[in-house]
Each structure stands twice: as C-alpha cells, then as structure tokens.
Design a protein around this ligand. Sequence first.
Ligand code: F6R
Length: 611
Amino acid sequence: MCGIVGFVGTEPAAPIMIEGLRRLEYRGYDSAGVVVIDGGRLKLAKTKGYVEALSKIIDGGEKLPGCVGIGHTRWATHGQPTDENAHPHISDGGKIAVVHNGIIENYARLREFLISKGFTFRSETDTEVAVNLIQFFYNDGGGLLKAVASAARRMEGSYALGILCEDFPDMLIATKKESPLVLGIGDGCNYLASDVAAILSHTRDVYKIDDDELAVLTAGEIKLYSSELDEITKTPEHVDWDLSAAEKGGYEHFMIKEIMEQPEAVRKTVSPRIIDGKAVLDELDIPDEYIRGLSRIYVVGCGTAFYVGAAAKYNLEKLTRIPTEAVMASEFRYSSPIVDASTLVICISQSGSTADTIAAMREAKRLGAKVLSVVNVMGSVIAEESDWTMYTWAGPEICVASTKAYSTQLAVTYLIALRFAEARGTIGGAEYAAIVEELKALPEKMQTLLTRRENIQYLASLYYNRKDVFFIGRNVDYAASLEGSLKLKEISYIHSEAYAAGELKHGPIALIEQGTLVIAVATYGRLIDKTVSNAVEVKSRGALILGIAAESGAETIARVADNVITIPDVHELLLPSLAVVPLQLFAYYVALAGGREIDKPRNLAKSVTVE
Ligand code: F6R
C-alpha cells in the first residue's frame, strides 16, 4: 500500500524523507519519489522501483536541499508503475505538489471537468486530479487551505494528502478521509506520515487527525482545522510501540492486521464500481454480445484463489446461468480443457505471478478462450497478458496466508456476475438491486463480525490443541469450509480437511472419534437442516461441534453445536464473504495459542513462481 512521509523544519528534508520511506518499504510498493521546496521552487525526484534507486538519483538527499518536503512510496492502482505515475504529482502550472494514499472514486468525472477548464494531465493517476483540483480552487484566490478544503469536499473515495506549495515555502498541509495519517510533533520541526513507523525514530508524540480535518504544519507548530476551517485543538498521543509493532499498525501480526483491513479493502474494491445502483465495470469493456454468447466459464487459481473460484461458481452460475467450473490452475493446464471462443477463463491471483496460474492462462488463450483476470498486483504477468483485468484494491498482502485478497477477489466475482447477468437478462431488477445493496453493506457487516473477535479467541483457546479438525458445509458453505480449512492447516499445522457435508457418509465419517472437532458451516438457510443432520451424525460418534450460522439460523444449529459463532444475515450468495471472517480469525487465534510463526508459516512462500 502507498506510504507518505513529510517533514518541515530547519534541516534538509530529503534525507529524512528517504529514511522514512525506507521504514515504509515493508508495506510493498513499486515506485518512490520526493519533492522539496528549495529557494522558493519545487524540486522533484521520482522513479519506478525502490527507495534505493531514488536515493541514488538524489545522492541520499544531497542533491535536493530544502527544509520542507514530502515523499511517497506508490503501490499502483490507477495506472502502471512508471516514472510518470509515481508520486509526488505537481499541478499544471507547477506550483503545488501532492502525495496521496487512497483511491479517488470520482476521479474520471473530476478529470474531465478539469480538462474542460484547460488543465493538462501528464499521468494516468487519480492523484494528479487531486493536485489539479487544489490548483483550480487556489486560482480563485481564497488561499491554499481553503483550496484544499474545497477540493476535499469534491473528492469521493479515500485519501490522505500531503501538500506543498511554492507560495508557502515553510509550510505543509495535510488532510485525510478514510486513509490513515498521523502528524508527528518534533522539536523545532514537524512530520506527517501515513504510518507512524515512518517517523518513529524522530518522535513518539503524534496527533491523529480524523476524517475531513485539515492540518497546517510549520517548523514551529501544527494547527488543526475542521472541514469548515474552524481551528480545533487536540491532545497529542504518545506512541510506545516498538518499530515492529508500528509496522503492523499496533497488531501482533500482519495476518490479524490484514484480517482487520478487510472491510476497507472490500469497500475500496467495490464502491467505485457501483454507480447509481449498477455494477459498472468500465475497465472491462466487454461487449454484451460476447457475454450473451458465452457457453462456459472456468474459474482458475491456486490455493485460496482457487477457493474463491469454488465460491464464485455458485454466484456466477446462479446469476448468469452459464455453466461454471472452478479448477485448480495446476490441473487445468494439463487437462486438455474443453475450451473455445465461447469459453471465458477467469484467472484469480493476488500476486499475478503464480506459475501454474500463468500457465493455465496461456493455455486457455492458446485454445482460443478469452481470459479475464482478477489480480491485486498491478503490472504483474497475469494482469498484463489477460484480455481483461479487474484489480482488487486490497493493497499489499504481507502475511503469507491470504485473507484480504480472498475477500476482495470474491467481491469482484459478485460484480462480474451482476454485470454478466444483466447483459444476459438472467436477473430480475429486484434481485439485482438487493444484491447491490447487500454488496454496499458488506464492509459494515464484516466490521461487525470483527468486533466480536474476542469470542473467537476464546473458542480458539478451547480447541487449539486438536490433532484433526474437519470442516463441513453445503453449497456456498462448502466453499467457505474449503478456505477455512486451508487457513487453519497452513498457519496452525493442525491436520484439517473440508468436506461437502453430504459426502460425509460416503467415507470421511470413519475418521470421527471422541473429541474430534467438526466445524459445521451452516449459514446457507435453504440447506441448514441438512447440514444440521450431518452435524448430529458426527456428534453421535463423539465429535465436538463448532457451528457457524447466520443470525436467523443460529437457533437451529445451537440445538446440536457445542458452540456457535453467528454472522449477520446477508443475501445467500454473499454468505461466504462473511462466513470466512470467523474462520480466518479462528485459524489465527488457534495458531497464536499454539505459538506458531503466523506470518511466515513453515515451508510456504508468498508467491509461488515455480511449478
Ligand atoms: C493461502 C495462500 C495461497 C495462495 C496461492 C495463490 O493462504 O495464500 O494458497 O492463495 O499461492 O497465490 P496467488 O493468489 O498470488 O496466485
């Protein structure tokens, strides 16, 4: 995810920026840049690649003298990782510079507006829209702070902004909405950062600014303002995290941090693509005739990405009525798949560089299919070689075990299903509207679940020392079970399997003995009684049952389960998006209780670039 650092004081800013950006490298990024004011002029250096490369260009900062500056590490969202798209961005006219984290959802409309007012753009980024919008309001003559507030009011989405202007060479301005930003209080100097880790070696006293608030930083003081530009006061907070905790936002592991980021990641991925109640996938540019002519969809991926496919099969098939199969990429590539021009292959991959998924994509194309990829890393092989790419805007996932990638990938499949169903006329207006509403509400429901994590930690403390754990479920609950089981085994090293509940009697039930834990995922209302019957069967053979149920079905499962975790009610196709959250948390807390290497489990790599 992008990182921001800013400094205003009496010593050279650039070396401080470089040091701060190095501290943000752990978050993952693809380009870096700094801008300072020197002799009343903005001086900029930015490059694709790492902070090391940036540091070389400016000789560690020596070549950019100036005591006020902002720096950035970019994780590409709008536009490829290139020098032009790297931050900072400078306004048309060259007076104002901006670094930005987040996504400006209405950037396309704002860009058109600014072009109509004579502005020229040099990059593909939404950030250049922000800096030009500030310039546009600044040209009115009401002052820089007012211009920033006016621009912020027009920007939809999320942003943390650090702003410099040649007319105010001793000052930084900052504002934010739904993206983190802290202000560090120094001695004769002040800082801003997207992440306290960037400035922790200089100060531990910070102001946290809330959404829509603004800040003016000079070497001597920090002034805070409401969105109405009334001056406000705040009490500074003292941060006593060590650096490693600071990198994890105060959490013990990246995994729990990333689990907690899911509501925001899903919101960022979904909300820009829902416009006036419609799933608008402008980035795809897929003709309706092509969608109408599809005879088959394969969803292909590995591990968690494959399990996204297992869940997506249900929503794609149900909504579009196109036969859909989820296939492991490693199997697909060697299976002589039945593929022709009326086949769509959806490749799912967080990294976009998984060897088997790349091979499956190339095989599908060779056989004449089109490939639509759902990818998190911009500019990756899969993103580049696919016919169409939809990015998940999850930001970098650092923990080896995937969590927010799963949630954002699954969310994208709902959008695809809606878009395709509309083109094929296989969805009624009421159901379409209901799913859109549920999609919009998904982040909040995930958030509700996350606030109940202590209960899951308690349950994990009861069950963390099991030898075997089985997950059972039907339909979408089976899909969620597959992912829950993978999470548990990969980070806790407890043997675990997921079965379609109806298959139990055909063999796996032989494994049940006294005290075996069976996690019965029974959120899918239509089949809850069936899953509960299967839970009764294993209970009568000595199993302990942990039920996962939607609120409306909790009583039914409670009749048989030893413990029940409830999730909020939601449209049945969206159930796995919520069911997976307690399963991730359960895996995390079991691994924590077992003292495991959670972020880097043994034998596993984040990106599997060999077969
Ligand atoms: C499991 C996990 C892996 C990945 C798989 C595919 O938690 O992270 O199973 O999902 O290696 O990786 P990507 O999505 O990068 O293709």
